[in-house]
Design a protein around this ligand. Structure first.
Ligand code: PMP
Length: 420
């Protein structure tokens, strides 16, 4: 017999493995606004963890999905080709470096990370991977094994994938040289270049605390990889699609990846991810050795192709750069009156506010309390960082100046209330 689930207790049927940051029952969204079932309005500065870069329900993206939905919902990539994938490849060719001229599509960031790892192993014939302290690459076993942003992501999931070596990531410009030396040392003592398939790194640390490395660090990784025939995998799942004020974050650092990982902002909310690499490298990936039922779904591809056109037509990359500078400027004014907010940092609209206590220790309690107070005032924010001590600002790239000012004023009030 069908069990009746009342309105009140349906949430009890969800696995508690999902933490819930709010009780909002969302009804609809537009731009940076989220409206719940009671008609209450929130400013969504989480973008669903950096996904809705074009804003909630951008009319052009919605239209593209509606048009496609009437024609074809599913199109398994190995059975036939479809036009939305053709359109997406055409659009990606405009924004991805021309040397990365071969694409593979999947559904989530983690899946794309798995693809990159598998491709790197086939293409090099080597097994080991170097990842970086504080990096986040996802929840599937391979992606989790190269994730060190927080212990909880790995807790009780041993044994993880073997052959992973963790290298230090610089927390300041001064640490660059030491980190590069440590990496050379790891290649000498723990994983010989001949065993090392790839290094995987986020150009800007996301879940690990919105840390921007120096160009020297990323250029150093590029040159060590070149020297030893190791592939450089850049995970731009969070930093791509205009988020940092360039289309991809690597453009800030004047380096190119061997394998680029994309997801989140790619399809404005529909599940889509992908990797890009050279045709030559992709040809070393044994045909049939990787794939999936849904990767490159027509609806998601149509949404992604239109997302890229919208980013271009509405100059969202430039808007991200400009709005990011404004946001940092506004937040810096808050640091002057509140010593626990020790740093505001970021690139474009990927901005982090770090909190520390009187002894200089990361203050996750304070950051969470501020997040909670902001929520009460109608502003949705997330935290990140090893101790959840960084409040991150990732509004849609279409955010207005007025919304930025309003959000920062709610944040400043919340910081003040916590008695700094
Ligand atoms: N890589 C990075 C840099 C991410 O930020 C994330 C998600 N936060 C992932 C990979 C995993 O993506 P997904 O949650 O879609 O699997």
């Amino acid at each position: 017999m069908k069990e009746l689930v009342s309105q009140a207790d349906w949430k009890d049927y969800l696995s508690p493995v999902w933490p819930h940051f709010s009780d909002i029952m969302a009804d609809r969204g537009m731009g940076a606004a989220l409206i719940d079932q009671n008609g209450d309005r929130y400013l969504d500065f989480t973008s669903g963890i950096g996904v809705t870069n074009t804003g909630h329900c951008h009319p052009r993206v919605v239209k593209a999905i509606q048009n496609q939905a009437e024609k074809l919902l599913h199109g398994q990539a190995t059975i036939f080709y479809h036009k939305p994938m053709q359109d997406l490849v055409t659009e990606l060719r405009q924004v991805v470096p021309s040397s990365l001229n071969s694409f593979f599509f999947s559904n989530s960031g983690s899946e794309a990370v798995e693809s990159a790892i598998k491709l790197a192993r086939h293409a090099t014939g080597r097994t080991n991977l170097i990842c970086f302290q504080g990096g986040y690459h996802g929840r599937t076993v391979g992606a989790m094994s190269v994730t060190t942003a927080k212990r909880i992501y790995r807790l009780h999931y041993q044994p993880l994938m073997p052959g992973v070596i963790v290298a230090p990531f610089p927390s300041s410009e001064e640490e660059t040289e030491r980190c590069l030396e440590a990496l050379e040392q790891l290649l000498f003592t723990q994983t010989a270049p001949a065993e090392t398939a790839a290094m995987i790194v986020e150009p800007v640390l996301g879940e690990g605390g919105y840390m921007v490395p120096s160009a020297t660090f990323l250029q150093g990784l590029r040159s060590i990889c070149d020297q030893h025939g190791i592939l450089l995998i850049l995970d731009e799942v969070q930093s791509g699609f205009g988020r940092t004020g360039t289309f991809f974050a690597f453009e800030h650092f004047r380096i190119l990846p061997d394998i680029l990982i994309m997801a989140k902002g790619m399809a404005s909310g529909l599940p889509l991810s992908g990797i890009a690499s050279s045709r030559e490298r992709m040809e070393k990936w044994i045909q049939g050795s990787h794939g999936g039922t849904y990767g490159g779904n027509p609806l998601a591809c149509a949404a992604a192709a239109e997302t890229i056109r919208v980013i271009h037509d509405e100059h969202l990359v430039e808007r991200s750069a400009k709005a990011g500078r404004q946001l940092v400027h506004l937040l810096q004014a808050v640091t002057r009156t509140h010593p626990s907010l020790v740093e505001v940092r970021g690139l474009g609209l990927m901005v982090g506010c770090e909190f520390r206590d009187g002894n200089g220790k990361p203050d996750g309690k304070k950051a969470s309390e501020i997040r909670r107070r902001c929520l009460e005032k109608g502003l949705l924010l997330l935290t990140c960082g090893t101790h959840d001590h960084v409040i991150r600002w990732i509004p849609p790239l279409v955010v207005t100046e007025q919304e930025l000012h309003h959000a920062v004023s709610l944040f400043a009030e919340s910081v003040a209330e916590t008695g700094d």
